[in-house]
Ligand binder design. Structure first.
Ligand code: NDP
Ligand code: GDR
Length: 367
């Protein structure tokens, strides 16, 4: 019998990689997508289009993390062996602007799924994966961070994810559900959302190189993160649900870089040298009056708009437990990740440049 998996957040970065992985393993994959006014399936369209990949084994359902009735109905219909709860309002900065919605989808959303498993009598059948996060460590209490490091969330997003973390542990202990938290550190890819810092950097530098954009504005350049590749990390999500006992795991590379390092690495990959003009500080009127930049010397400036009310300055994970118990190690190095993202963003900037050179308007919206 084919195993059935249900993925919430299937249209997101991790959802797309995980769906592809599970289809390759022979699963029947069901995904929940929310209704939007524009198409939001760009990342998974190829799974439908290539019959060799999905072979009719990929099914989408409309649902929303804020709507118990849709979630319960889908779970009842699908009767999944595994649920991967990846859906979330996942942007930390946005969570300060939409704290209540973030709590509803990220905290209560996890509860709604666990309740559906319980109410539908699936506690012995359905395994549950919760997309927990290194943001739980926030104001870090220990370096590097591991499974036993105390949490100190620093944003409405992280506080919501703290609830989801503990409700997952509680339903495991109270009802014997096979439920796990993957405490994942930042992971990126060419299909990373364009407003997360890594993708914002690679996309902007590619566009500057091709004359489509003038400068790159960032927030805190000194923030440090432990960046891995999403393709490697979804493999671990699957592995966590294949063990004898459900447990929580930190997933990280164990190596840390700053936002500034990421900019330099991406620029180097493109053969550019960054001009950290004005020491990266955006003084009033400076940018309006400056000379136009040289595409091979992109200008990077700090715009305080991107500062967060409370920042997570430094994250560094210790993945020893995952290495030991799951036999998992990340395959992609930082340099390979940056190179892949740069390559893909250069490719799409070239497409936009072609469109522009034929008299059409290429997008250049603010992030
Ligand atoms: P994305 O932001 O790329 O994807 C989030 C997904 O959730 C999208 O499919 C989105 O739909 C969906 N979604 C958002 N709100 C709702 C809702 N109310 N109802 C239904 N679906 C919704 O995130 P990632 O793929 O990067 O991350 C996956 C999960 O892992 C998230 O929970 C994130 O918080 C967590 N995480 C991510 C890390 C990372 O570095 N990437 C690290 C640690 C944890 P739509 O496409 O319509 O927007
Ligand atoms: P993060 O990722 O907040 O760690 O959450 P993000 O890429 O948004 O920020 C990383 C760090 O870079 C700093 N930064 C900027 N960030 C953005 N987005 N835009 C900027 O212009 C900018 N300039 C500097 C930030 O202040 C921060 O310190 C991600 C999400 O995927 C979460 O869902 C996930 O849980 C965590 O990673 C682990």
């Amino acid at each position: 019998m084919k195993k059935k998996a249900l993925i919430t957040g299937v249209t997101g970065q991790d959802g797309a990689y995980l769906a592809e992985l599970l289809l390759a393993k022979g699963y029947e994959v069901h995904g929940i997508k929310r209704r939007t006014s524009l198409f939001n399936t760009d990342r998974i369209d190829h799974l439908f289009q290539d019959p060799h990949i999905s072979d009719g084994r990929f099914v989408l359902h409309h649902g929303d993390m804020t709507d118990s009735s849709s979630l319960t109905h889908i779970i009842q219909k699908v009767q999944p062996d595994e649920i991967y709860n990846l859906a979330a309002q996942s942007h930390v900065a946005v969570s300060f602007e939409e704290p209540e919605y973030t709590a509803n989808s990220d905290a209560l959303g996890a509860l709604r799924i666990l309740e559906a498993i319980r109410i539908l009598g699936l506690t012995k059948k359905t395994r549950f994966y919760q997309a927990s996060t290194s943001e739980l460590y926030g104001l870090v209490q220990e370096i590097p961070q591991k499974e036993t490091t105390p949490f100190y969330p620093r944003s409405p997003y992280a506080v919501a994810k703290l609830y989801a973390y503990w409700i997952t542990v509680n339903y495991r202990e109270a009802y014997g559900i096979y439920a796990c938290n993957g405490i994942l550190f930042n992971h990126e890819s060419p299909i990373r959302g364009e407003t997360f810092v890594t993708r914002k950097i690679t996309r902007a530098l590619a566009r500057i190189k091709l004359g489509l954009q003038d400068a790159l504005y960032l927030g805190n350049l000194d923030a440090k993160r432990d960046w891995g590749h999403a393709r490697d990390y979804v493999e671990m999500q699957w592995l966590m649900l294949q063990q004898e006992q459900p447990e929580d795991f930190v997933i990280a590379t164990g190596v840390q870089y700053s936002v500034r390092d990421f900019v330099n690495a991406a620029a180097q990959e493109m053969g550019m040298k960054i001009r950290w003009e004005n020491n990266g500080v955006d003084e009033k009127g400076y940018w309006e009056n400056r000379e136009k930049g040289d595409p091979n010397q992109p200008v990077v400036a700090v715009d305080p708009r991107y500062f967060r009310p409370t920042e997570v300055e430094t994250l560094l994970g210790d993945p020893t437990k995952a290495k030991t118990k799951l036999g998992w190690t990340p395959r992609t190095t930082f340099a390979e990740l940056v190179a892949e993202m740069v390559r893909e963003d250069l490719r799409s900037a070239q497409r936009d440049e072609l469109v522009k050179s034929h008299g059409y308007n290429a997008f250049n919206y603010d992030q």
